[in-house]
Design a binder for this molecule. Structure first.
Ligand code: ATP
Ligand code: MG
Length: 183
């Protein structure tokens, strides 16, 4: 799977609808301090289902909604869409039949979070199912943030095992087994 584009609106510093195309194998994002580079990666992890505000450098989840600046008032909701190409058919579950998979998350000020895949309302876990075993996921190894390397090096054996299981593609089977056992 490959991330082809990111559309943000009302997410952190992206007050206006913003569309990033990610062409080619290597894309660099450059800009002065505080211009929103890390906010783009926060947006990616947020759509993939990150539920801990501190992992997104906020205190509460509503902190991802544009809070206003100067004379511009805050946004009523944050919305981010990631468009993946699924040419290699590696997505999990029923969505694997599509060559393009658009995943969107929306959060309103009252705290309502909703997810969509190809414009259909889905649950958070449906989004997780698409990416389980692909290395993508809010905390999976496809996203290596500042400090991630040392987090892996310093992790306890149990945590390290989770990374290895995701890389080996075992995690999705473990998740299925857990679900079956809990039924
Ligand atoms: P650096 O080069 O220092 O790492 P950066 O380009 O990664 O900078 P970010 O951390 O992505 O910068 O962006 C920080 C900016 O985003 C700050 O100016 C902060 O005020 C703004 N910001 C974060 N959350 C919100 C929000 N909810 N509403 C408005 N602005 C926000
Ligand atoms: Mg940064």
């Amino acid at each position: 799977m490959r991330l082809n584009s990111i559309k943000l609106s009302g997410f952190k510093s992206f007050a206006e609808p913003t569309h990033f195309q990610l062409p080619g194998q290597l894309v660099g994002v450059v800009g002065p301090n505080g211009c929103g580079k890390s906010n783009i990666m926060d947006a990616v992890r947020w759509v993939l289902g990150e539920s801990k505000a501190s992992e997104l450098r906020g205190e509460s989840m509503q902190d991802v909604i544009f809070s206003g600046s100067g004379n511009r008032k805050g946004a009523s909701r944050a919305s981010v869409e990631l468009v993946f190409s699924n040419e290699d058919a590696r997505a999990g579950g029923q969505w694997n039949q599509f060559t393009e998979i658009a995943v969107r998350r929306v959060l309103t000020r009252d705290g309502t979070s909703s997810y969509f895949i190809n414009n259909q309302p889905v649950r958070r876990r449906d989004v997780q199912d698409v990416f389980l075993g692909t290395g993508l996921g809010p905390r999976a190894y496809a996203i290596i943030g500042q400090g991630t390397i040392s987090r892996i090096i310093e992790s306890k054996p149990e945590e390290l095992r989770l990374f290895l299981e995701e890389a080996a593609g075992v995690s999705k089977y473990k998740e299925r087994r857990r679900e079956t056992e809990n039924r």
